[in-house]
Write a protein that binds this ligand. Structure first.
Ligand code: DGJ
Length: 762
């Protein structure tokens, strides 16, 4: 509901209230974003400047309430006494936008710029501010758990209007906060950083052309002391995939200004008379229940209002991707062999990654060409797709349509289609980007990708993009609008195709891409221990249904870390499970384990993909829980173990304290090879730890590991129940968890039907 009474605007849902008022200077003054409250609270919430502060610049002489620098605002400008950062910069004028009018509509107001938009808002407030003939329309759309804001600058004057900055929103939140943001690089995405916000401005921005793995657009402001379950936390994110910018700064008076939008670096636009410019939508979220509550709000919003309708709450298939197993080295026979093996393991979708077209036998050639490589695939794409679908699997294909190799038919025919400038071209992964601001380039991509998609039974597309944008000057925003147009033209007529976004892993994991691709490849780093960090930190902003999470080979290609196959599976369960390794070399014990993993995942797929996700990690170990109300699954992951380990408890939250639950661990077994030469202490005969006998046994047989199977009340589980001990050096028994480094378990916790269990009433 959105109401306006005596100049007080109240945007209210079940979860939050957002209040501001138009003050006597016609300036929108922020009052509150947080717990639901009353419109009549406006006066109590408003700042009281009293006699004001010395040297204050006043909009109205003698009126300390008109000191723009000292009151919380919904928007601001420059050169008029507010010396904090401005959300808008006109090139040739100060900015002083004042309230002109407003309207409230049911639902969302469609965007006009081709930017992606959150679907099915509840209500929208359009607040019109004006500075002469220049209008600024601020849009506020309510969703149950979040508020979405954007701005539109309109030139109604008779002259061109140049501007160099327009944020999606700006707001001043009273209070002191810590800022949490995520930074990283290729294969090490989403490293969490937390810092106190003070008088020095904190900026989170990227100029890489994509939302980027260097500086993720989503961030939080939390009250000091906020935890996973308690405390006020604000979350912010942008529905955008290119250069973003956010700044946070606390004023002396204790107001924290926060704004987010398109990065003003290298950004300049001129609006002809009658033209308008629209910013991307920004998502603002508040929770009084800590980071966990805030993540729950974001997950709900993404699942309901961001991912394409055709894939909303739809099961994601278990896929096999040939990339890490084959790279460029494949032919039809090898692919079909892999597909048969993947099918036997239970995979539902076979994805052919890079290398299927042109002269793409390595990453130096072929990008831009769409002719199927007949040497590798003599039956064409259709032939391969038919054979895969005959096996009972769906078929999916990789594309990198935004890029071109200089060694390609496309580049030889249209060198001017590549993004270059007056300097020497700068290559990255031996490629240049195509200039998506050119209509003929967009047409080429749409026609060719569509042609391939219609030429065979293709149910899935992986859309890759492997380099930062350079040589694009001030056109980064136009480039991304070009990309959105291309995606819309290809995939809107083909809603049944599951699109997975990818950009050298998670270089473009953002709400903009999620409006087109229901899932995104989190990272090229599939080492499960690295993934604990990457997936846990993505979970602050995005639901598990959006995570591409694959099991790959060990030792791992990025870390050389050797991890148990059980842990690789257990980590990937908490996302959209896939396998990406050479199945030909699987040992029989590994095949057995993978079959069991896939079967377990399929049985609990809804909970893994759509259940309520909780982070219960404690610094020492990572703990994740997913729940659908009746069934709860907890993953407990160790990194390096210690000698003489202490007790360890399993804590399950969100249970009915009066009910009884059955706890059972997913059955896991131990590789005999784990023990190396220690086996001599138990073997009846002397065996070489490197000899053929032990190797053969290791490849064929496993030993059961200490599983759990017990019942306990919700109350006990919420307190924490004791697990079997970890291996402590005394020998092997099934009464302990004999795992070593990087061990993990997954526990299934189910309500015992009332007639079987005891209900504990107070
Ligand atoms: C980068 C992606 O992140 C990988 O998964 C793979 O698709 C390669 N590109 C293929 O070139």
């Amino acid at each position: 509901m959105i109401t306006v009474e005596n100049g007080v605007y109240h945007l209210k849902t079940k979860h939050y209230s957002y209040l501001f008022r138009i003050n006597d200077q016609n300036v929108p003054e922020h009052l509150h974003f947080g717990a639901p409250l009353l419109t009549s609270d406006a006066d109590a919430l408003a700042c009281k400047p009293g006699l004001g502060w010395g040297t204050a610049v006043l909009l109205e002489e003698g009126n300390t309430k008109s000191c723009l620098n000292a009151i919380p605002l919904e928007w601001s400008g420059s050169g008029r006494g507010d010396f904090r950062e401005t959300p808008v910069e006109l090139c040739d004028a100060a900015t002083d936008f004042r309230f002109e009018s407003s309207r409230i509509v049911t639902g969302s107001v469609p965007m006009r710029s081709g930017l992606p938009q959150a679907r099915n808002g509840l209500h929208t407030l359009e607040l019109v501010l004006a500075q002469g003939d220049v209008k600024l329309r601020l849009y506020y759309t309510t969703f149950e758990t979040v508020l979405v804001r954007r701005a539109v600058l309109e030139n109604s004057s008779a002259h061109p209007l140049a501007f160099s900055k327009l944020m999606s929103f700006c707001v001043d939140l009273p209070g002191s906060y810590e800022m949490t943001s995520f930074h990283g690089t290729w294969s090490a995405e989403m490293r969490l950083h937390r810092q106190k916000v003070t008088g020095g401005k904190v900026v989170n921005e990227t100029t890489m052309g994509s939302s980027s793995n260097n500086h993720h657009p989503g961030f939080f402001l939390s009250e000091p002391g906020a935890t996973e379950q308690n405390g006020n936390v604000y979350g912010f994110n942008l529905i955008y995939s290119a250069n973003h910018y956010a700044s946070v700064q606390q004023s002396y008076q204790g107001l924290t200004r926060v704004m987010q939008g398109i990065n003003p670096a290298n950004f300049r636009k001129t609006l002809a008379p009658g033209e308008a410019f629209e910013t991307p939508e920004a998502v603002l979220c508040w929770s009084g229940e800590g980071f966990g509550g805030m993540s729950g709000h974001f997950h709900d919003f993404v699942n309901r209002h961001i991912v394409p309708e055709a894939w909303q709450f739809r099961d994601r298939p278990v896929l096999y991707n040939d990339w890490e197993g084959c790279m460029f080295d494949f032919n039809q026979a090898r692919l079909l062999d892999l597909a048969k093996r993947a099918k036997r393991l239970g995979c539902e979708l076979f994805v052919l990654d890079d290398g299927w077209f042109g002269d793409r036998n390595h990453d130096k050639a072929g990008l831009g060409d769409y002719n199927v490589n007949k040497k590798k695939l003599p039956g064409g794409m259709d032939g391969l797709a038919n054979k895969i679908t005959e096996l009972g699997m769906q078929f999916g294909l990789w594309f990198e349509p935004e890029a071109v190799n200089p060694d390609s038919e496309l580049f030889r025919a249209h060198p001017d289609w590549a993004l270059t400038d007056e300097f020497e071209p700068l290559y990255c992964r031996h490629e240049l980007l195509l200039d998506l601001t050119k209509p003929e380039v967009r047409d080429y991509i749409v026609e060719n990708v569509s042609r391939v998609l219609d030429s065979a039974k293709i149910s899935y597309v992986k859309w890759d993009m492997n380099r930062p944008t350079v040589a694009v000057g001030t056109k980064v925003h136009d480039y991304i609008l070009g990309l959105y147009e291309v995606l819309r033209r290809i995939f809107e007529p083909r809603p049944e195709i599951l699109l997975e976004g990818c950009s050298s892993g998670g270089n473009r994991f953002d709400l903009g891409m999620l409006c087109f691709s229901p899932q995104i490849w989190c990272s090229d780093d599939t080492d499960p221990i690295e993934r604990l960090t990457i997936q846990e930190n993505l979970s602050y902003l995005y639901p598990q249904s959006t995570f591409g999470a694959h099991v790959s080979a060990a030792p791992h290609a990025q870390t050389l870390r050797n991890t148990p196959l059980t842990t690789r599976g257990n980590v990937s369960f908490f996302g959209c499970l896939g396998y990406e390794l050479d199945l030909k070399h699987l040992l029989s014990v590994e095949e057995t384990e993978i079959k069991a993993q896939v079967a377990f995942y399929k049985e609990h797929r809804r909970i893994f993909q759509y259940g309520t996700f909780r982070r219960l990690s404690d610094g020492e170990k990572t703990v994740w829980q997913v729940s659908d109300g009746q069934t709860h699954i907890t993953g407990l992951f160790h990194k390096l173990v210690h000698a003489a380990p202490g007790y360890e408890r399993l804590r399950v939250v969100g249970l009915d304290k009066n009910r009884v639950y059955h706890v059972v661990s997913r059955e896991q077994s131990l590789r005999i090879g784990l023990f190396g030469e220690l086996i001599k202490h138990v073997a009846p005969v002397s065996l070489s730890p490197h000899g053929v006998v032990l190797r053969t046994v290791d490849h064929r047989m496993t030993m059961p590991d200490g599983g759990e199977d017990f019942t306990a009340s919700g109350s006990a589980l919420n307190t924490g129940v004791m697990l079997k001990p970890l291996f402590g050096g005394g020998g092997y028994t099934t009464d302990q968890r004999t795992q070593g480094d990087f061990g993990s378990n997954v526990y299934l916790i189910k309500e015992v039907p009332l007639h079987e269990g005891t209900e504990h009433k107070k």
